[in-house]
Design a protein around this ligand. Structure first.
Ligand code: DGY
Length: 326
């Protein structure tokens, strides 16, 4: 049995954990809810590896509590829950799971867009409430998706995959991102400023990582630019949107509706005003939640832990510079 100790902060697909257990002494947090910060802190002392989720805040204090820590592996593509600068200072590699969840997440972003546009959750509620008395010319009329204008903010892997789906719906695709005009043209899109995108789009879908620059990227000013018939979709991170400004825009009819897979905070409290709105569909951060994709994410996260324990470059590393000169 290896001397390496690894703490896994939640149960995850078994095949991946079985494989990890062959390389280390593994402890898995088996409660449904995440371990508290202090619980993780207590575990850090003799850890060589940490396999964590986006619900775990991993900061410098935790890293300092684990002098032998060789790897932090996040089972997510986003890693805003980890202080990567602190990991860099301590030369701890941080792994994530890019690529495997792209299509699943893009499917979901599009599903959310369609569900909100065509009012599917409201339709279900309408039937369950016994309101379906007849076919009616105006009841539950929504917005057309085919041929509409879609604004994609951030055209990395997932934004680009959403653009590919939009092409099948004959949409005009406006993109605001760091990618080149040529790359965006290849997606069938037009590179435009954020303001132009907001003014002209019928649907706006967010696909940027959460950073200092993207925090509250969409706030009062940006929402005011959008059409009163427009729909906002967020499958990125909750705080890319200012929730108070979003509530006001939805309540006042500044925009038509929103579909949110992510919120700030998560989980969204039951008394959050956004939940009182019929024109805001909130689901619990499940865009990457297909059985196959979650299994692949777990495998990738485990691959990163194993490589880190062996002192090898992580297959998917967000800070490969920690290996420079190693
Ligand atoms: C990620 O991997 O960052 C996603 O948000 C998980 O759904």
């Amino acid at each position: 049995m290896s001397d390496f100790k690894v703490f896994v902060t939640r149960e995850m697909p078994a095949a991946a954990l079985d494989r990890l257990s062959e390389h280390c002494q593994m402890e898995v947090w088996d409660a449904f809810l995440p371990p508290d910060y202090d619980v993780i802190l207590k575990k850090m002392g003799d850890l060589s590896g940490l396999l964590c989720l986006l619900t775990d805040r991993i900061d410098a204090r935790l890293m300092d509590a684990a002098p032998n820590l060789k790897v932090i592996s996040n089972m997510a593509v986003g890693y805003d829950n980890i202080d990567v600068a602190a990991a860099n200072e301590r030369r701890i590699p941080v792994g994530n799971t890019p690529g495997v969840l792209t299509e699943t997440t893009a499917d979901f972003a599009f599903a959310l867009l369609m569900a909100v546009a065509r009012r599917i959750p409201e339709g279900r509620q309408y039937v369950q409430d016994g309101k379906w008395l007849t076919w009616h010319p105006t009841v539950l009329s929504g917005q057309d998706v085919f041929g509409a204008t879609l604004g994609i903010i951030g055209s990395g892997r997932i934004g680009a995959a959403v653009a590919r789906r939009a092409q099948g719906f004959n949409m005009r695709i406006l993109v605001n991102s760091l990618e080149s005009e040529e790359d965006i043209r290849q997606l069938g899109g037009e590179k435009v400023s954020l303001d132009q995108l907001l003014v002209e789009s019928d649907f706006v879908s967010l696909h940027v990582p959460l950073t200092d620059e993207t925090h509250h990227l969409i706030s009062e000013r940006e929402l005011a630019l959008m059409k009163p018939t427009s729909i906002l979709i967020n499958t990125a991170r909750g705080s890319v949107l200012d929730p108070k400004a979003l509530y006001a825009a939805l309540k006042n009819g500044q925009i038509l509706a929103a579909g949110l897979d992510v919120t700030d905070p998560e989980p969204i409290p039951l008394d959050d005003p956004l939940l009182s709105l019929d024109n805001c569909l909130v689901v619990p951060h499940i865009a990457s939640a297909s059985v196959a994709t979650r299994a692949k994410m777990a495998e990738m996260a485990v691959d990163n832990v194993i490589a880190g324990l062996l002192g090898e470059p992580l297959p998917t590393c967000v800070n490969p510079e920690v290996f420079d000169g190693a």
